[in-house]
Design a protein around this ligand. Structure first.
Ligand SMILES: Cc1ncc(C[n+]2csc(CCOP(=O)(O)OP(=O)(O)O)c2C)c(N)n1
Ligand SMILES: [Mg+2]
Length: 299
């Protein structure tokens, strides 16, 4: 009897975790699918980044963030700040998955008079907290937001999504020092380390490694994970929350991702920063994405 109860107790959390994983992986698949549909409208764009970062965005929107889809400016919301304006395509896909913007609106992406411009603009899009086109400013804004929320006595959290290219910017490191100085336990940063920038591979533009040691030296609780492994991401976000509660330190999750992830046709493409995808390739991309997702689900 005791054994049976113990077994049941052990089985329950893992069932809950399995359901959590399935829910977030489903969201990541739909985010990728939306991003392909949006990219097709223009025939090109920052599709590779959206595919690479879809798992991070899914964890944020389907698991972590406290928000109201029908009231994006609700005072008690957690703030998700997209530093990298050009990743807007992925963010719009996540906002559609979250229910903040209608899925049907995604087809206006990048068109005249659309609320969904190619680079994220806070005045255009519900749920877009900042205009991140000028890179390297997101973490500073996040520090200000986290301080402000603390002064207001709010328990809302601030999440900042930044790219490995933004680690080239001095302002990012000034903000990192500030967050540690002010012990901003309500701030979590996530860095998409896709090893790529506009001018080529990150290690040829400006070598930022060892990245983990740098963040640790700046006083942050630092974790480095496979950013395309939803289970690893969930565990890292759970750890970050526990650390923040215990120590009051800001947290960073360094996420190694693959550009184009989930669509083999795009994973090794040259000129991946701004991809040109031919008309006949879009359907193939969707088929490859679906085959990969269904294959994984069947395993
Ligand atoms: C302050 C600033 N400098 C330069 C640019 C031009 N720019 C646009 S995207 C980009 C690459 C930045 O690196 P990352 O975000 O890692 O690129 P990705 O992974 O998307 O290829 C650059 C330099 C910019 N938008 N803002
Ligand atoms: Mg990059």
């Amino acid at each position: 009897m005791v054994l049976t109860q113990e077994k049941a107790a052990r089985g329950k959390p893992s069932d809950v975790e399995a359901a959590r994983l399935e829910r977030v992986e489903g969201a990541a698949f739909r985010i990728r699918h939306h991003a392909l549909n949006m990219g097709e409208v223009q025939g090109q764009g920052y599709v590779g980044q959206a595919l690479g970062a879809a798992d991070m965005l899914a964890v944020v929107y389907a698991d972590q963030l406290r928000f109201r889809a029908d009231d994006p400016e609700w005072d008690g919301r957690d703030r998700f700040l997209l530093s990298t304006g050009h990743y807007a395509i992925g963010h719009y896909a996540a906002l559609a998955e979250a229910g903040t913007i209608p899925v049907t609106e995604l087809e206006t992406y990048g068109s005249d008079n659309s609320r969904l411009p190619m680079s994220g603009m806070s005045t255009y899009t519900p749920g877009m907290e900042i205009s991140g086109g000028s890179l390297g400013h997101g973490l500073s804004i996040a520090v200000g937001a986290a301080l402000g929320l603390r002064y207001q006595g709010s328990d809302a959290r601030v999440y900042n999504f930044l790219s490995d290219g933004e680690l080239d910017e001095g302002s990012t490191w000034e903000a990192a020092m500030g967050a540690h100085h002010h012990q901003l336990g309500n701030l979590t940063a996530m860095v998409d380390i896709n090893a790529l920038q506009a001018d080529g591979k990150t290690d040829t533009v400006l070598r930022t490694e060892p990245v983990t040691e740098k963040w640790e030296a700046f006083g942050w609780y630092t974790q480095r994970v496979d950013g395309n492994d939803v289970g690893a991401l969930l565990a890292a976000f759970d750890n970050a929350a526990a650390q923040a509660a215990a120590t009051g330190r800001p947290s960073v999750i360094l996420c190694d991702t693959k550009v184009g992830r989930g669509v083999p046709l795009l994973e090794d493409r040259e000129k991946a920063h701004f991809m040109r995808i031919e008309e006949h390739e879009w359907q193939l991309c969707r088929e490859q994405l679906t085959a990969g997702f269904e294959g994984k689900a069947a395993r």
